[in-house]
Design a protein around this ligand. Structure first.
Ligand SMILES: [Zn+2]
Length: 54
């Protein structure tokens, strides 16, 4: 999986462009909108597409 253009904060659903990407997942990410910085709380747009399908 290649690096996405942005990650989506699962707290506030804002796109976040400031992040470090390694081995197919974010290692560091920061949401400017709500201050969230837990990589587990972010998703890629592909993840969201998969979730919202069906
Ligand atoms: Zn946020």
């Amino acid at each position: 999986m290649s690096q996405p253009d942005f990650l989506i904060c699962m707290n506030c659903e804002s796109p976040c462009y400031i992040f470090e990407w390694k081995n197919g997942e974010p290692t560091e990410v920061f949401c400017e909108a709500c201050g969230n910085e837990d990589p587990d709380d972010f998703a890629t747009s592909e993840d969201l597409d998969a979730m919202t399908e069906a």
